[in-house]
Design a protein around this ligand. Structure first.
Ligand SMILES: [Cu+2]
Length: 322
């Protein structure tokens, strides 16, 4: 038994040294940096309670132990101390207040919908989570890719995020905030990459069999390289029209990066349409019938508005009208 336990500290040490290269603590953009500092500040604030408690536990056990030479005061009838009450309630209350203010402020500052000040003119990227790959549509450039994302350095990207299947979660840890992709509604996220490089993008919400390989590379590149990347995509003979999209909808796993030189206009809106009400989209019944696919309908009664902010639906309806 002793022999088995002796290995434990070594094992713990190895675990700490290996494995996770803590990407959250190596951010490459301003949003990621703010989030890192928030995590650290909150941790330090909580340690203000934790560290003294650990120390006092050991100190009290030592000082008040039962021994003949003990110099500690013996007070068997002790019942109340206002001083202690003030300390044990006061300090945690102050810390909770500080954490509350900090969280409130930073939650609003890091609102994924808010444009990043000094982020430059945003580039629009439409993100669709599928079984089991990520589709990125660049509507302004008229191209699309699967499992590869590119963005110019120091320029904000406005992601419009939805799902063509179950709920998923879009996350490039080194750039910042993760956000959910949900069918029939749109989430927005603004991110900046401030250092040229390639970062891992992952799917952070389990979505079935092909989930483990549902990742992509996010390339942050110079404006020139980005233009070249767009040209490279335009050079692809693949076309993402209705037939191309139907083929992509077939579940597939571990999909290699793919480029589409042409994309059907408004494909993204068309992907969301089957999950939504025709009225919300401002389309005629005939257009809706045309777009609707087998039996899927999305309305608030089906999934409880408490699941998520109701405004998500209104926003997505507005976004499609733009
Ligand atoms: Cu919903």
């Amino acid at each position: 038994m002793r022999g088995a336990l002796r290995g434990l500290p070594i094992l713990a040490g190895l675990l700490m040294l290996s494995g996770c290269d803590a990407v959250l603590f190596d951010p490459k953009g301003p949003i990621g940096e703010s989030e890192k500092s928030l995590i650290l500040t909150a941790t330090y604030l909580m340690l203000v309670v934790v560290i003294p408690v650990i120390f006092m536990t050991l100190w009290f056990a030592w000082r008040y132990r039962d021994t003949k030479q003990s110099k500690a005061t013996y007070t068997p009838n002790w019942a109340h101390s206002t001083k202690i009450e003030i300390v044990v309630w006061g300090i945690p209350c102050m810390i909770i207040l500080a954490l509350g203010i900090l969280t409130w402020k930073s939650t609003h500052e890091l609102d994924p919908r808010a444009e990043i000040v000094d982020g430059g003119e945003p580039i629009e990227v439409q993100v669709v989570s599928m079984d089991w790959k990520w589709l990125f549509i660049y509507p302004e450039q008229g191209i699309a890719t699967v499992n590869e994302l590119a963005m110019p350095v120091d320029r904000q990207v406005r992601f419009h995020i939805t799902s063509d299947t179950v709920m998923n979660s879009f996350f490039v840890p080194q750039l910042g905030s993760q956000i959910y992709a949900m069918a029939g509604m749109e989430n927005r996220l603004h991110l900046i990459g401030s250092e040229v490089g390639t970062y891992d993008g992952i799917s952070a919400s389990y979505s079935g069999a092909g989930f483990a390989d549902m990742h992509f590379k996010a390339h942050v590149m110079s404006e020139g390289d980005f233009d070249a990347w767009i040209e490279k995509a335009r050079g692809s003979s693949k076309v993402l029209d209705d037939a191309g999209f139907a083929a992509l909808q077939e579940p597939s796993e571990d999909v290699a990066p793919t480029f589409y030189g042409q994309v059907k206009p408004n494909l993204y809106e068309q992907i969301m349409a089957p999950y939504m009400d025709g009225m919300e989209l401002g389309m005629s019944d005939d257009q809706m019938r045309h777009m609707k696919k087998g039996g899927m309908h999305h309305d608030s009664a089906e999934h409880g508005m408490s699941d998520h902010d109701a405004s998500g639906h209104a926003e997505s309806a507005m976004a499609t009208e733009e």
